[in-house]
Design a protein around this ligand. Structure first.
Ligand SMILES: NC(=O)c1ccc[n+]([C@@H]2O[C@H](COP(=O)([O-])OP(=O)(O)OC[C@H]3O[C@@H](n4cnc5c(N)ncnc54)[C@H](O)[C@@H]3O)[C@@H](O)[C@H]2O)c1
Length: 298
């Protein structure tokens, strides 16, 4: 009897889930109001972090901006203030656990409970496994994935207590597929996907909270400067302004995930669906080339 009723619930949810997807083709869920909400963005001193800060500033959010690059972070803050936002900046090295924990405590004291945590800070070395130094590999893992553990451990408890919050992970299509000269980067991005998917389940299954939303963002190559001159047969690098519009829109509509561009949802599936020979032939046909990246001083 219990099995039968569980099967009934499962079928009901499957139908509802697909109906929801279908309905959303015509009507998008409304964008939520973030006026006065405390939004923390890591890696706010450049690229997507700065672009998101601009957009949330215009929407009246209270911004907490973290970056290891003080100058870049202060510039983002000045620009966000011009849009009328209240802004708090912190110089944080996200590769250091203690730095994250200490700054997390300062934020709680100075600003209050973080409503939205956007794990965005990232680095990309762009070397083959054998060209990378041990330190570069460690740094990529520390900034691109370990930092997510430490920020989540810092800010999730208060969200669970209040049953309110939003966790955003800026992943990458490299969280789904590999790439040459990206071993460390894709490994870290795959790990953030696992972390994000699992924490989302823990919130629901273990802590039984329904008020904490999660959004996973998978962008393709975008001209923020993190990657220089990737080659591709079709298309070109996307512009960071429209991509950031799409990221913020997905967050405000509380989407569970967003691929930018959208066809990457399908492209990532192909990896698992086709034989290796076909996958390699497709790689050769599309000619995506990641050249050795210049050294970056951070
Ligand atoms: N641009 C792309 O093509 C692309 C595509 C997919 C995913 N992403 C992801 O988007 C996120 C943002 O990248 P971006 O493209 O805006 O790059 P970016 O280089 O423009 O910005 C990254 C920011 O992170 C900061 N940062 C780096 N190391 C840090 C550290 N140790 N502590 C604190 N801050 C640190 C940098 O100072 C910089 O402000 C990254 O997670 C990246 O992997 C980017």
């Amino acid at each position: 009897m219990s099995l039968l009723s569980d099967i009934g619930v499962l079928i009901g949810q499957i139908i509802l889930g697909w109906l929801e997807v279908f309905a959303r083709l015509f009507v998008s869920p409304a964008r939520k109001d973030v006026t006065g909400r405390i939004i923390l963005i890591t890696g706010a001193g450049h690229g997507f972090g700065r672009m998101m800060a601009h957009r949330f500033a215009k929407l009246g959010a209270k911004l907490v901006l973290w970056d290891v690059n003080k100058e870049g972070n202060e510039q983002t803050a000045r620009e966000a203030k011009e849009f009328g936002a209240t802004v708090f900046t912190y110089t944080v090295d996200c590769s250091k656990r203690e730095d994250i924990y200490e700054t997390g405590e300062k934020v709680k004291k100075d600003v209050g409970q973080v409503y939205m945590l956007i794990n965005n800070a990232g680095v990309l070395a762009g070397r083959t496994l054998l060209e990378l130094t041990d330190e570069q590999i460690q740094r990529t893992m520390d900034v691109n994935v370990m930092a997510h553990f430490w920020t989540l451990r810092s800010f999730l408890p208060a969200m669970l207590d209040s049953n309110e919050g939003h966790l955003v992970c800026i992943c990458s299509v490299a969280g789904k597929v590999g790439g040459h000269r990206l071993t460390d980067y894709t490994a870290a991005k795959h790990a953030t996907l696992g972390l994000h998917d699992s924490i989302q389940q823990e919130i629901r299954v273990v802590y039984k909270k329904t008020g904490i939303k999660t959004t996973l963002v998978y962008p393709y190559f975008t001209n923020t400067g993190i990657i220089h001159e990737p080659g591709m047969r079709f298309g070109k690098m996307m512009d960071q302004e429209p991509v950031s519009d799409q990221i913020v829109d997905a967050i405000l509509r509380e989407k569970a995930d967003v691929y930018i561009p959208a066809d990457w949802r399908f492209n990532c599936l192909v990896r698992d669906l086709v034989p290796q020979r076909v996958y390699e032939a497709m790689q050769d046909f599309f000619k995506v080339e990641i050249p050795t990246q210049p050294d970056k001083e951070k």
